[in-house]
Design a protein around this ligand. Structure first.
Ligand SMILES: *Cc1c(COP(=O)(O)O)cnc(C)c1O
Length: 404
């Protein structure tokens, strides 16, 4: 009886909160299947409504009619996409123009960026990276370490400051995620960046679970390097290209190992030896994946006019309300909330633990509530403040209650 009353009151509170949502006009910027509560935008963002027409134009007009002329001519100007889109993404990262490029996969950008960063500290032999980092970040740190002869030490993010106190003077690079992909815990980017700098080390932040979800200030926080994907909160589409940010202060000295021809100072001179472009352009590698980039360009328009402080406040309202719904509806059913309850320690997802997670996630999806699982026992529900609602949060918790 009390549970039913609580569920009803949550439904009505959700309606009030959604009616007052300053971003509710953004929902129609996405095409979501009727009846689906989509809480997996932290893996693959929903389809922005502008993308299908942009793809049609890209294929029929820009490619079909413009042919090779679209690389440099007309309004398409494909060649400039990595920098042009880089600036659009950079604006969401607190990065002034000319410091971000888009291209290749996150994994490629991690390799290129970690190596470039470590080469700027040639006399230091230690790379500190997160013990809980996403697998590709961990594997690539090991590979870069092997290639450059660095010791790679995995440290829990909560112990990074201690590690820097002990071995900061040997540390070349500190490579951590802004938000833990599994638990949804957000780390103190400005504070940890300052701690790394105090030790003389450089930072490489992975922003996969932060870009488009948090208010970031890469320039103001004095971040050296950052990478991230665009298919999660930025909704760029499956396989959308990654981004790499390098602070302007490093441009003259940084040397990326993937010296592809499009990062050359004068690519069409077709010279026999590499000379990197003067600015962020040297982080370009090969021919841009134009169709994916045009999808991302259309997708990112969903952020037009969106103030990131408002977005963050809405995201915290959604995840906070979901935690409240879980507390009210899932008590005694074997769930534990893994994500920190303090708002400043959350990204934009809530992770639950349950021994039957592997069965519960697909069972909830069958009932229209889509999230994802991380074996053996985690359920992840990501909230994108541009299209998710407080009603989604109640429905997700109610569905999990019905299944347990
Ligand atoms: C999603 C994610 C990736 C993905 O890397 P890809 O090369 O795009 O497959 C990497 N790192 C982190 C932290 C992620 O969350």
């Amino acid at each position: 009886m009390t549970t039913a009353v609580t569920a009803d009151s949550l439904v009505s509170r959700a309606a009030d909160l959604d009616a007052a949502d300053p971003l509710r006009h953004c929902r129609e910027r996405f095409l979501l299947p009727e009846g689906t509560t989509y809480l997996d935008g932290n893996s693959l963002g929903a389809l922005p409504a502008a993308v299908p027409d942009a793809m049609r134009d890209a294929v029929h007009r820009q490619w079909g009619t413009g042919l090779i002329g679209s690389w440099f001519g007309g309004d398409a100007e494909w060649w400039g996409l990595p920098e042009r889109l880089g600036d659009r993404v950079g604006a969401l990262l607190g990065a002034a123009p000319g410091q971000t490029v888009v291209g290749d996969s996150t994994s490629v950008q991690i390799f290129n960026t970690l190596t470039a960063a470590a080469r700027l500290r040639p006399n230091r032999r230690l790379l500190l990276t997160d013990a809980g980092h996403f697998p590709t970040d961990a594997y690539l740190a090991d590979s870069v370490g092997e290639m450059l002869g660095l010791e790679v030490r995995r440290v829990p993010a909560a112990q990074l400051r201690e590690a820097l106190e002990a071995d900061g003077d040997r540390t070349a690079v500190v490579a951590f995620p802004a938000v833990d992909f599994a638990t949804g815990e957000r780390w103190d980017m400005p504070g940890l960046t300052a701690a790394a700098h105090a030790a003389g080390a450089l930072v490489v932040w992975d922003l996969c679970h932060a870009a488009g979800a948090l208010e970031l200030q890469l320039d103001a926080w004095d971040v050296d390097f950052a990478v991230g994907c665009t298919y999660k909160y930025l909704s760029g589409g499956p396989g959308a290209p990654a981004f790499a940010y390098a602070a302007r202060a490093h441009h003259a000295m940084m040397r990326q190992p993937l010296t592809g021809w499009t990062g050359h100072a004068d690519p069409f001179a077709m010279r026999g030896t590499y000379e990197g472009a003067a600015g962020i352009g040297r982080a370009r590698i090969g021919t841009p994946t134009v169709l994916s980039m045009l999808a991302l360009e259309a997708a990112i328009g969903a952020f037009d006019g969106v103030d990131l402080a408002t977005l963050r406040a809405q995201s915290l309202s959604l995840t906070g309300f979901f935690i409240e719904c879980c507390d009210a509806l899932l008590g005694g059913r074997g769930f534990e909330i893994v994500t920190p309850r303090e708002p400043e320690r959350r990204g934009s997802q809530v992770t639950l633990r349950h021994p039957d997670a592997v069965k519960l996630v697909p069972a909830a999806a069958e009932r229209g509530v889509v999230g994802d699982k991380r074996e053996p026992d985690l359920l992840r529900y990501g909230f994108n403040a541009l299209y998710n609602t407080h009603a989604d949060a109640v429905r997700a918790a109610t569905t999990l209650a019905e299944l347990t």
